[in-house]
Design a protein around this ligand. Sequence first.
Ligand SMILES: Nc1ncnc2c1ncn2[C@@H]1O[C@H](COP(=O)(O)OP(=O)(O)OP(=O)(O)O)[C@@H](O)[C@H]1O
Ligand SMILES: [Mg+2]
Length: 228
Amino acid sequence: MIKVKNISKKYGQIQAIENISFDLGDGEIVGLLGPNGAGKSTTMKIVTGVLSPDSGSVNVLGFDISQNPIKAKQRLGYLSEDNPLPSEMYVREYLEYVAGVYKTPNIKDKVSSCIEQFGLKNEYKKKIQALSKGNRQKLGLAQSLIHNPDFLVLDEPTSALDPGQQEEIQEIIKNLAKSKTVLLSTHLLHEIRNIASRILIINNGQLVADEKTENINSVTDLYHSVVK
Ligand SMILES: Nc1ncnc2c1ncn2[C@@H]1O[C@H](COP(=O)(O)OP(=O)(O)OP(=O)(O)O)[C@@H](O)[C@H]1O
Ligand SMILES: [Mg+2]
């Protein structure tokens, strides 16, 4: 269970998010929607402990992210919007490095299966700087999963991908959710309909909708009714 309680964040004078609260149940895939600048990435940075909120709290599977950051972060994986990767490292070397940071057991086997899962078999000997945008995105996803976290936070995971790869990644995310809780943001309303069991919409830094997908006739209609 993930508990986000009354989080707020200002950057200087800009109120990026205000008083946002939601809980995520085990095994839920939750889509986070909202226009550019609404506060999705800021919310995700706070949920993952990358950024501290001005007020409010985040509890990840029993651990408060500000009081117990290491324990909380061991349980979560994060693909950030800008997906920063060390361009001089080789793909396999980078995944082994990340797995090592998390003290993952059986690093070599784990990295091999991750390379297989994400279709990076023709890429793993390359330097990261030589990867296509889509394969960089897949590597970003792979690193978020390498330590087998229970909670995944994915900020626009399919944004750089071609339609075929988008579907591939959507399938991977759906399968993952059988054993994990997933919070993902996207601007693709049809994508979210396919994979999320619940939808949160943020507008102007405020949570304006929290609905189960099965109760929504049209995600587009809901979106346009709360985002003007
Ligand atoms: N580092 C920063 N410094 C100053 N302002 C920031 C910073 N990061 C975000 N903001 C501002 O906070 C607000 C929320 O931004 P955020 O990146 O969370 O939106 P978003 O919903 O992820 O948008 P997008 O869909 O474009 O990714 C915006 O007004 C943005 O300009
Ligand atoms: Mg964003």
